[in-house]
Design a protein around this ligand. Structure first.
Ligand code: NAD
Length: 367
């Protein structure tokens, strides 16, 4: 089967690390029965320079006929003086998320055993590595709920947001959490604030109902304030962490910081079932968790691993190629285990740093 993948490298280090991900993908899928047709288009600042728009029509049309978007990152000092609504991130990533109804954000927070020193946590807490999957709902909650307004004057002036969830929004993300847990260690923590918020009582009820279809998965409910403490205190208790939008926004950043290495973290945003893609090949946008790293862009030293891992997530979630995704992940693990590092991963005591291209070649050798 042949599928189109829209490759939107973007700005800064995006165009440097994207070819690494494509090279790894081409090597891995050569042995599978799927064919990927990589088609490139402009996005972000590069697209503004060329066409005046951060998300040109042509790019959107390409994405629409694709099964997935492999995204680099967008933005940089050159475009920071533009009005906020025209800035690369706001004017390309957000419209893409909206257009494709991306409802779930998956952010693996990984600490490789050989990189445990990079974590700000006490060594005994992360010894042997860490592997947590934060699953954040993206369409509901207080960010989009109506009414959202300001009113009144003087001491009575007030501002209002509405925390609201629809049943279908909770159901689809909960099913994804349990399905993801089946590929991992069969454990889900569902995060809420059911002791105070009506919408979160509802969240807990619906998660519990859906759990009846997934009796093989262990489910634990946890209040968000406790979860934020437990992530620091005993991170190894977590595997899949299912979060409403706002709590996921906060906890996913907390989890990424405890790994200590932004150049190693990928993320996936998946489309709502039936909106784009098919049940067999759900649409997704796959990208590194970090930004365009303007301080090192153009030097050939960026860590390509986050981009390569985002390609592995694409194989797992859109193309259901679990073995191929694992192959990429274990090649990266092996490369790190052999002591190969880009500059961002070197410890205080130094060592030899590899360029973007050199570490990619090591990963390819280890595939
Ligand atoms: P950043 O993630 O780009 O950089 C933060 C630090 O991490 C820098 O020191 C950088 O060198 C380092 N870093 C990040 N990725 C790395 C990699 N792969 N290899 C080695 N080092 C890496 O965050 P920032 O500096 O806050 O943002 C820079 C630009 O990126 C801004 O314009 C911002 O708007 C944009 N941004 C875009 C996205 C996106 O496209 N999704 C996300 C975040 C930031």
């Amino acid at each position: 089967m042949k599928h189109t993948v829209a490759v939107l490298a973007g700005d800064g280090i995006g165009p440097e690390v994207m070819p690494c991900a494509i090279e790894v993908l081409e090597k891995v899928i050569a042995q599978s029965d799927i064919q990927l047709d990589f088609q490139h288009a402009l996005v972000g600042g590069a697209a503004i320079d060329e066409t005046g728009k951060a998300l040109p029509e042509e790019t959107l049309r390409l994405a629409e006929k694709s099964s997935a978007i492999l995204f680099g990152s967008v933005g940089g000092p050159k475009w920071e003086s533009l009005p906020p609504a025209e800035q690369p991130e706001r004017a390309s990533l957000l419209p893409l998320r909206k257009h494709f109804q991306l409802f779930a954000n998956l952010r693996p927070a990984l600490i490789y055993p050989d990189l445990a020193d990079a974590s700000p946590l006490r060594p005994d807490l992360v010894e042997g590595g860490l592997d947590i999957l934060i699953l954040r709902e993206l369409t509901g909650d207080v960010y989009f709920g109506e009414p959202k307004l300001r009113r009144g004057t003087g001491a009575e002036e007030e501002a209002l947001d509405t925390m609201i969830y629809k049943r279908y929004e909770i159901e689809r993300i909960t099913r994804l959490a349990f399905e993801s847990a089946r590929l991992r260690s069969k454990k889900v923590h569902s995060i809420d604030k059911a002791n105070v918020l009506t919408s979160m009582v509802f969240w807990r009820e619906v998660v519990t109902e859906i759990h009846k279809d997934y009796k093989d998965i262990e489910l634990q409910h946890m209040y968000v304030d406790n979860a934020s403490m437990q992530l620091i205190k005993w991170p190894k208790q977590f595997d899949v962490v299912l979060c409403p939008n706002m709590f996921g926004d906060i906890l996913s950043d907390e989890a990424s910081q405890i790994t200590g290495s932004i150049g190693m973290l990928a993320s996936a945003s998946l489309g709502a079932p039936g909106s784009w893609g098919s049940n067999e090949h759900p649409f997704g946008l796959y990208e590194p968790a970090g930004g365009t790293a303007p301080d090192i862009a153009g030097k050939g030293i960026a860590n390509p691993i986050a981009q390569i891992l985002s390609a592995a997530l694409m194989l797992r979630y859109t193309f259901k190629l679990e073995n191929e995704a694992k192959k990429i992940e274990s090649a990266i693990r092996k490369t790190i285990g052999q002591g190969h590092r880009t500059g961002d991963l070197l410890q205080k005591d130094g060592g030899k740093s590899l360029s973007t291209k050199e570490i990619t070649q090591k990963i390819i050798e280890n595939l």
